[in-house]
Design a protein around this ligand. Structure first.
Ligand SMILES: [Mg+2]
Length: 304
């Protein structure tokens, strides 16, 4: 196992809200959970028991913070492995109900609606999820979605202007913009080999126009994110808002932006397909694919 990395402290900025209070859910309390009710929320009593994440005798990790694309599901348009995701939902339901297993939550660059859908699919009714590379925290316990309050109208105007530039200059070259993002721009090209060569031109245009956007790449997208927003700021916000202890966190990711997860958790794992710099910091490289890899980490690696 690689040498332990230095810890980073995780503190929310003063302007980042804490987690909303858990709502009363009388309907859930009246209706016992059935085995197939994977989306049924925990009762008030169950939520109260878990509110402070008291470690159970079997639980060394309270949460697994997991990237979505290339980890839980393919980054391409390949179908989700619904069977594996169902198993993770079963795991999460038991973890939230019993308090003796880590709860899986999400840290993704995808737009908030995509992340919310996957959050509900994997049965996370408790812990906030990060969407759009730190722009949003989604709180499944209350259905609230909060945008990082440091994002100003000027930032949003810069994103709009950059989007217009992309449409004028790069759409004719075969690029398109991933729908649904609100304070960033993600570019897609049907031939991924066109992504890396376009990045210098994009960075030069952003610099020329003074748009404060950082340019990075995943397997199939160029991500243009506000310079002061990242998975790192989202993670610090999530950890502080949910009152999590980084020494009791695990992480799972596959590309460079997930280094922010690795820097904030005790144990970090990755799937078989991963960036080189991810392999250097991973304590565990799974031999399995998609959500089966995540499930293996949740139910085997984290309890050994
Ligand atoms: Mg990924």
């Amino acid at each position: 196992m690689p040498e332990k990395r230095p810890r980073k402290s995780s503190t929310a900025r003063d302007d980042q809200p804490a987690a909303p209070a858990t709502p009363a859910n009388e309907a859930a309390a009246r209706s016992p959970l059935g085995d197939d009710d994977i989306t049924a929320p925990p009762s008030d009593a169950e939520l109260a028991e878990l509110a402070h994440f008291d470690p159970g005798p079997l639980r060394k990790f309270d949460a697994l913070i997991c990237d979505i694309d290339g980890c839980l599901v393919p980054e391409s348009s390949e179908p989700f492995d619904a069977g594996a995701l169902r198993r993770i939902a079963d795991h999460n339901r038991a973890a939230i109900k019993e308090g003796t297993l880590p709860v899986l939550t999400l840290c993704s660059g995808r737009p908030q609606p995509f992340v919310e859908a996957v959050c509900r699919l994997v049965g996370n009714t408790l812990l906030p999820c990060i969407a759009e590379n730190g722009v949003w925290l989604y709180f499944p316990a209350t259905n609230e979605y909060l945008r990082d309050p440091s994002i100003t109208r000027d930032h949003l105007q810069a994103v709009r202007e950059a989007s217009d530039w992309v449409e004028a200059e790069l759409f004719p070259k075969g690029f398109s913009i991933q729908p649904g993002k609100t304070a960033s721009v993600s570019l897609f090209h049907p031939d991924p080999d066109h992504l890396a060569p376009a990045m210098p031109m994009i960075e030069a245009a952003f610099n020329k126009h003074g748009w404060p956007l950082r340019v990075s790449k995943t397997w199939y997208y160029i991500n243009c994110d506000l310079e002061h927003i990242s998975k790192a700021t989202g993670l610090d916000w999530l950890i502080a808002a949910a009152g999590l202890n980084p020494d009791r966190l695990a992480g799972f990711g596959d590309t460079a932006s997930d280094l922010a997860i690795a820097e904030r958790v005790k144990l970090f794992a990755c799937p078989p397909r991963h960036d080189e710099q991810i392999a250097k910091v991973a304590h565990h490289i799974s031999p399995y694919w998609q959500a089966w890899a995540v499930l293996d980490v949740l139910e085997r690696v984290l309890v050994e």
